[in-house]
Ligand binder design. Structure first.
Ligand SMILES: NC(=O)c1ccc[n+]([C@@H]2O[C@H](COP(=O)([O-])OP(=O)(O)OC[C@H]3O[C@@H](n4cnc5c(N)ncnc54)[C@H](O)[C@@H]3O)[C@@H](O)[C@H]2O)c1
Length: 284
């Protein structure tokens, strides 16, 4: 499949990151969002990120300018009509995504690959609104997209082998490394990562060791680049709690119960870096 033109729905953190990765790979991108202000912010974020890459000598001045020229924004879903791949990266809400996908489905080409970057919503449920559900899959990029090389490709029940093969080739063309996983809550990476962090919170709650020692244990003993509690502070403890609650409810399995200390921290407003306090303090 010849992939040249990409449509990205949502110009936020992930949408502009995906748009940037596509533009740097030489593809033409249209980013669709609800208003000009959101689009302008997205384009400015791409510009800033490309500037930082140029300062680090990871991209030339010419390549930076060419990449920026390949990205345009629009508030008109009709602009998605010519895209070979359409990736939905809008706000994480089932109702909103169903509405967006239904709207986009009416304009996109019949052979286009149709993907969602959702981190938690069922790909099978999203594919069900597409008129060609076999062309639909999850493409779960990681933040920040220009730096992180993984893409989880999630097969819904309806996704065809051809679609997975085309998405695999597309991800590789972006310089990413795809892994193919079946649809299931949290897919693979968050399914493993979030319970591990939750277990670190249990260890802290049980006073097995200090937060610093728990994190050092995983950094020095397992070669993790960052300890689980410091990572929880980066992700946001409210986000982590929401994910564990989804696992607990969807799998009906007590092994996913959120650590009581995690709930206490969220109730106190100690949400991590964004609140300047989580398992560590960031206000000093
Ligand atoms: N932030 C992360 O670390 C991360 C990582 C992987 C996946 N995700 C997923 O990516 C998606 C986007 O997350 P984000 O962090 O970029 O959010 P964000 O809030 O930064 O951006 C969301 C964008 O969607 C736009 N939007 C809302 N309604 C829209 C509509 N009807 N049409 C077009 N655009 C619309 C918003 O205006 C906003 O610009 C979510 O599904 C999220 O779960 C996020």
């Amino acid at each position: 499949m010849d992939i040249q033109r990409i449509g990205v729905i949502g110009a936020g953190t992930m949408g502009n990151g995906i748009a940037q990765a596509c533009a740097v790979a030489g593809l033409d991108v249209v980013m669709v969002d609800v208003g000009q202000a959101q689009i302008d912010r997205g384009v400015a974020a791409i510009d800033g990120s490309l500037e930082r890459l140029q300062k680090k000598d990871r991209i030339s001045g010419d390549a930076r300018a060419a990449a920026l020229r390949r990205v345009r924004g629009s508030t008109d879903y009709g602009e998605l009509g010519g895209a070979d791949v359409v990736i939905e990266a809008a706000t994480e809400s089932l109702d909103l995504k169903l509405r967006i996908l239904w709207q986009a489905d009416g304009v996109i080409g019949k052979d286009a690959i149709f993907a969602s970057n959702t981190s938690s919503i069922s790909i099978t449920a999203l594919a069900a609104v597409a008129s060609r559900p076999e062309r639909f899959l999850g493409m779960h990029f990681f933040n920040p997209v220009p730096m992180m090389t993984l893409v989880e490709l999630i097969r819904g029940l309806q996704t065809s082998d051809e679609t997975v093969a085309a998405a695999t080739a597309f991800a590789k063309a972006l310089g990413k490394t795809p892994i193919v996983v079946k649809n299931s809550p949290g897919f693979v990476v968050n399914r493993i990562l979030c319970p591990m962090i939750n277990e670190a919170v249990f260890a802290l709650q049980e006073n097995l060791a200090s937060a610093e020692d728990i994190d050092n244990g995983m950094k020095l003993g397992c070669n993790h680049p960052i300890g689980p509690l410091a990572l929880a502070d980066m992700i946001g403890l409210d986000v982590l709690l929401a994910v564990m609650n989804v696992f607990y409810a969807d799998f009906n399995d007590p092994k996913y119960r959120p650590a009581p200390l995690l709930k206490e921290m969220v109730a106190a407003g100690y949400l991590g870096r964004k609140a300047k306090r989580g398992f560590y303090r960031y206000d000093k």
